[in-house]
Ligand binder design. Structure first.
Ligand SMILES: Nc1ncnc2c1ncn2[C@@H]1O[C@H](COP(=O)(O)OP(=O)(O)OP(=O)(O)O)[C@@H](O)[C@H]1O
Ligand SMILES: [Mg+2]
Length: 611
């Protein structure tokens, strides 16, 4: 994986994971505390409902107690002869809808007066309770169904005391308080919450019987027992608990339920009811969902930010990476590569300087290479020259002796008996002549410093050379295309050596065109071409070109053709000295020679003499 990709990945992962961790931790903490706070407030609502319930009951009991303390109640003593007690009771029930029936009972447990006109009135069935009230302690019972009035009630019984002696209990005031009243009160309370989310409040009898509630069918009241139905969590169903839970409602909605219990405070304990407040959790926890949305949003924003940053960094690092890649290529020897200059800032300047450095490096390398090659060449040439001179001198004299011996043998013994002798002598002469050619070539190669030069016409040297090889050209069906420039300035030449140069080139061309072809020879003045190294001026030059339509030179040997004894020809045909001698002669005349392959086929030698 590339460094850049790694960097992007690492920063992405880092950014994302830190945001994810921070987000999730923050979200979890916030969720917990919000849930706790909301739950506690829900529980508080349940407690307040319980307290409110207590207040309502307390108020109801207070009214009954006050009624019991009214002087008119003394009528229980005389069986309400004047009917005043009954009038009061009826009025009380009419004014307070919450009461179903009120009866005044004398100490003999006989109903003296009742709010129901046609009702004879019931006796106090619970004798223990009756006795308790006669002893001066009020009595309350839990919610129960009242047969005569066909209503769910709770009974409240207060002692009727003598007006002047409160210790003396004259009878019992027994009241049935309608529990349905509670649902009305809850509805009433709910109406004040207009605009807010609907909250369901329920009041259960201790055993789980639903005795009051809002937002539910009235038919459920006093019918459903939530504990036995298992509709409520066991926690709620357990007695005397307060707290909050989350549970799923019958319609599948998530609900938050706060619960508490209510007990009469100032009265003898008779009833204990459970209050429940149920909220829609989705509504309550909306802020948590918002929080989650925010966490996701921030995560996306951070991811995008990290991505953008990585892209920016990679943009910044791109030129540097490119430079690294280019530097690698340069190190591998490719000097043709350059860095793109994308901007004008420091990085751009750096890229420019980098390119310049590569350019300089390439030039210096080229120069170094040329210098090295010429040094090697010069060294080789000198050694070869020395050896050649020595060998040539040593071999030349024996060759002369052998040659003379051959002459003598062929002329001095004309009457020989063996008919093979002339053939053998001919072959020997031929071999000696080849050896002589080589020796002469070696001498040419080494004895260069002793040449005399004269002002000569290059064209006539070329024409003379062509004449000398004409026989070879004709024999190999080679046509000559001659284009010798007029008015060439005379050059300082050693005529014989220069002819040797062209003869070598022509013979090489002939060898390269075994099936015939065209030999082109061209001379002209180039204006200006070569650079005069001493003065820095550009000067004119005389150029001679020798081109053929032959095989061309394989590229792998192109650099070696000027090496002494380098040849691709079979022994006896080539010595490999030709081009070496040519180069030597040309350079000693102050010229240069270059050999190239022509695009259309064949090779071309270009000799340049500066003027
Ligand atoms: N015009 C050309 N076309 C194709 N190859 C050439 C040409 N001139 C030179 N060569 C190649 O260069 C080699 C060296 O040439 P050079 O003249 O030095 O030696 P030679 O021709 O082989 O032998 P000789 O010493 O007889 O000239 C040749 O063997 C040949 O492979
Ligand atoms: Mg040759």
């Amino acid at each position: 994986m590339r460094l850049k990709t790694k960097f992007i990945l690492v920063s992405l992962l880092g950014g994302l994971s830190s945001v994810a961790i921070i987000g999730i931790v923050a979200y979890t903490k916030a969720k917990q505390s919000i849930e706790q706070a909301v739950g506690v407030s829900c529980q508080t609502e349940a407690r307040e409902t319980a307290a409110q319930l207590n207040r309502v009951l307390h108020f109801a009991r207070l009214s009954v107690e006050q009624l019991s303390q009214m002087r008119v109640m003394e009528g229980v003593l005389n069986n309400d002869e004047d009917g005043m007690v009954q009038t009061y009771l009826m009025q009380f029930v009419r004014m307070n809808k919450g009461y179903v029936r009120i009866s005044a009972i004398n100490r003999n447990n006989e109903v003296v007066a009742t709010s129901e006109l046609d009702e004879p009135g019931d006796r106090f069935a619970n004798t223990a309770a009756f006795k308790q009230v006669l002893d001066g302690r009020p009595y309350f019972d839990d919610v129960h169904f009242d047969e005569p009035s066909q209503a769910w009630v709770t009974t409240m019984a207060y002692p009727i005391r003598a007006y002047y002696n409160v210790r003396q209990v004259m009878g019992v005031l027994c009241v049935q308080w309608r529990v349905e009243e509670l649902s009305d009160l809850l509805d009433l309370a709910e109406r004040d919450r207009a605009g807010e989310e609907a909250v369901q409040v329920m009041i259960l009898r201790k055993d789980g019987l639903l005795i009051a509630g809002n937002h539910m069918p009235r038919a459920w009241l006093f019918k459903r027992n939530l504990r036995s139905e298992g509709a409520l969590s066991a926690v709620v169903a357990t007695e005397r608990k307060r707290g909050f839970i989350q549970e799923r409602g019958a319609d599948g909605r998530q609900l938050l339920v706060g619960y508490d219990f209510g007990i009469g405070r100032d009265d003898a304990l008779t009833a204990e009811w459970i209050t429940l407040v149920r909220h829609d959790a989705a509504h309550l926890f909306a802020p948590i969902r918002n929080l989650w949305d925010w966490v996701v949003l921030v995560a996306i924003a951070v991811t995008l930010g990290v991505l953008l940053l990585s892209m920016l960094i990679s943009r910044l690092s791109a030129p540097i990476e490119e430079m690294a890649a280019v530097a690698e290529k340069v190190a591998g020897g490719n000097f043709d590569v350059r860095v793109r200059q994308r901007s004008s800032d420091e990085v751009g300047t750096l890229a420019g300087a980098f390119n310049k450095m590569i350019q300089d490096l390439a030039e210096q390398r080229e120069q170094l290479f040329t210098a090295q090659t010429s040094l090697m060449h010069a060294d080789k040439m000198e050694t070869v020259g020395r050896i050649a001179a020595g060998v040539a001198h040593e071999v030349k004299n024996p060759l002369t002796v052998i040659s003379m011996g051959l002459d003598y043998l062929s002329t001095g013994f004309p009457q020989h008996t063996d008919e093979n002798v002339p053939t053998v002598l001919g072959e020997m002469r031929e071999s000696v002549s080849r050896a002589d050619t080589i020796v002469r070539g070696l001498l040419d190669f080494s004895a260069s410093s002793r040449w005399d030069v004269r002002e000569e016409d290059l064209n006539s040297a070329i024409e003379q050379s062509l004449r000398l090889v004409r026989h070879e050209l004709v024999r190999n069906r080679i046509t000559v295309d001659q284009d010798l420039g007029e008015n060439l300035p005379p050059l300082k030449l050693n005529r014989t050596k220069m002819e040797q140069v062209f003869i070598n080139l022509f013979i090489n061309a002939v060898h390269a065109m075994p099936d015939g072809g065209t030999l082109s020879v061209r001379t002209y003045v180039q204006q200006p071409s070569m650079r005069n190294d001493a003065t820095g001026d550009t000067v004119a030059a005389v150029v001679a070109e020798v081109a053929d339509t032959g095989t061309g030179i394989p590229w792998e040997i192109l650099t070696r053709i000027f090496e002494p004894f380098f040849t691709t020809k079979p022994p006896g045909v080539g010595t490999g000295l030709g081009m070496c001698v040519v180069k030597n002669i040309v350079e000693l005349h102050g010229g240069k020679i270059a050999m190239v392959n022509r695009a259309e086929g064949g090779a071309k030698a270009t000799i340049t003499f500066k003027l």
